[in-house]
Design a protein around this ligand. Structure first.
Ligand code: SF4
Length: 490
């Protein structure tokens, strides 16, 4: 079974990718530190593939970047070009054969592929290829991309990418390593992020700008929908791999997934999240004594709420720094201890106070229920929950692990019913208008599908049917919440 975060029902990040060419430097080391900065995007497996100009080598394994890589295996990865990946499985089981990069033989030599996102036509493409005799090693949709690239390499890497971009549908930010080139491309709707810039004398692409700081690099360009970056010994250049089909970056990247120091759509996310808190205070004001964040992700929005409302910001809980992901499964007693494993209230900051509790999202509502209980037990007289993500009513098909529609609290309950379920004094969600205004871009420049059901890339019936099924007993939500997450599309 995959390692799971203990008692956290937030949507799970997808994956992080990097691709780079660092003349005069071992690319594997640079990739290691860049991946380290992207660790939040996936903690199940990590991998780096390198090229020395003729051979492509790779190391990947299950676990965190720091667990997978050490001095010896980095030394065994010589070369100035690399791609790297951190994985959280959205399609395909969490097993080593699905870890990335994916390695394939092609006409131009070995290639390695790292993918963030989720293809919605992977199943039909795979069936078509298998019927033509194509062997598959794993079950991930990323292998479909890799094997399609191999099929079209005879036309050269750039043409192969352009061809594949026209065949695959869904959300993807991909980095590909060939013996002499790094190619990186983003889907025609630009759902998952991808940025490019300089590092030393070379160039790098990465899922988020936060990967550039630790390696002394600087972001220069946010890839546009359908855009392709080509990095080789001549430099970095850009081409339109496929025609753009709008501009629909995932709003959840801004609310929660991406690191707060990353910059997207020209905005630092910490600032966008502070502004979300300000909007939340205007949309859902309340008389209270303290604004308390759910650490750490609720901090910027709580600061914004505090600033706008004039209610003091107070740290009301400490978060264990050491419970992130573990291969040791929590036993039943630890599960029952619930959120206490992770969060401890600071009683002196809570007791006798009317609290505004700021968090980023409610999925099944189980985590929020436990936190509200914790605050009341610590002596809060009122707990007013304020959430920066609008109500999540629809499943995600573009690479975010949520759950089926019937398990989403806001899909089956009214706001008042959710308030009663979590035991809060009041509950307020930020509106879609408020969240997008906080980022500073118009609504049509985001994917908002899990909030409003408008999918920018149409979802095939067989995929949506499964995810839209409402379980016969919605009470099953409780059992599912105790660390057992459902993977979509698997
Ligand atoms: S459906 Fe929601 S989580 Fe998925 S890409 Fe769109 S905004 Fe992001």
């Amino acid at each position: 079974m995959a390692d799971q975060p203990i008692l956290d029902d937030r949507p799970k990040e997808e994956c992080g990718v990097v691709g780079l060419y660092t003349p005069g430097e071992e690319a594997a080391r640079v990739a290691f530190f860049a991946l380290f900065a992207l660790q939040h995007r996936g903690q199940e497996s990590a991998g780096i593939a390198v090229s020395d100009g003729s051979d492509v080598r790779m190391h990947k394994d299950m676990g965190l970047v720091s667990q997978v890589f050490h001095e010896e295996n980095l030394e065994a990865l010589p070369g100035e070009m690399a791609v790297g990946h951190t994985r959280y499985s959205t399609t395909g089981a969490s097993v080593l054969r699905n870890a990335q990069p994916i390695f394939c033989q092609s006409l131009v030599g070995e290639i390695a592929v790292a993918h963030n996102g989720n293809l919605i036509n992977a199943r039909e493409l795979r069936a078509e290829m298998e019927s033509e005799g194509e062997p598959f090693d794993g079950t991930s949709d990323s292998e479909v991309i890799a094997r399609l690239l191999v099929r079209h390499m005879h036309a050269g890497p750039e043409h192969a990418v352009a061809h594949v971009m026209r065949k695959i549908r869904g959300a993807y930010s991909v980095a590909v390593l060939t013996p002499r080139m790094v190619l990186a491309f983003r889907d025609p709707n630009g759902i998952r992020p991808l940025v490019a810039g300089r590092v030393g004398e070379g160039w790098m692409v990465a899922s988020e700008s936060c990967a550039f700081g630790p390696v002394g690099g600087q972001i220069e360009h946010e890839l546009q929908p359908g855009e392709l970056a080509i990095i080789d010994r001549k430099g970095m250049r850009f081409a339109q791999g496929a025609p753009p089909n709008g501009r629909n970056m995932c709003l959840f990247e801004f609310i929660y997934f991406a690191r707060p120091d990353s910059r997207m759509y020209g905005t630092v996310l910490y600032t966008a999240r502070e502004r979300m808190g300000e909007h939340l205070a205007r949309e859902h004001p309340i008389a209270a004594d303290a604004v308390v964040p759910v650490p750490d992700s609720g901090i910027p929005a709580a600061l914004g709420y505090s600033r706008e409302s004039g209610i003091p910001f107070v740290e009301g809980m400490t978060k264990s720094r050491y419970i992130h992901r573990t291969f040791i499964q929590p036993d039943q007693r630890m599960r029952e201890m619930g959120v206490r494993m992770k969060l401890t209230p600071i009683v002196e900051h809570i007791q006798g106070k009317r609290i505004v509790l700021v968090d980023d999202s409610i999925v099944r509502a189980t985590t929020t229920t436990q936190i509200v209980k914790l605050l009341f037990e610590a002596g809060a007289t009122e707990v007013h929950v304020r959430i920066t993500a609008p109500p999540i009513k629809f499943p995600c098909f573009y690479g975010i692990d949520m759950c089926s529609r019937g398990e989403l609290a806001a899909a089956v309950m009214s706001v008042e019913q959710i308030r009663a379920k979590v035991g809060a004094t009041s509950l307020g969600y930020l509106s879609i208008e408020g969240a997008t205004a906080a980022v500073g871009s118009p609504e049509h420049e985001f994917c908002l599908a899990c909030f409003n059901g408008h999918y920018p890339i149409p979802v095939p019936d067989d995929l949506s049917k499964q995810a839209f099924e409402v379980p016969p007993d919605v009470g099953q939500m409780e059992t599912l919440s105790t660390g057992q997450l459902k993977l979509i599309g698997t």
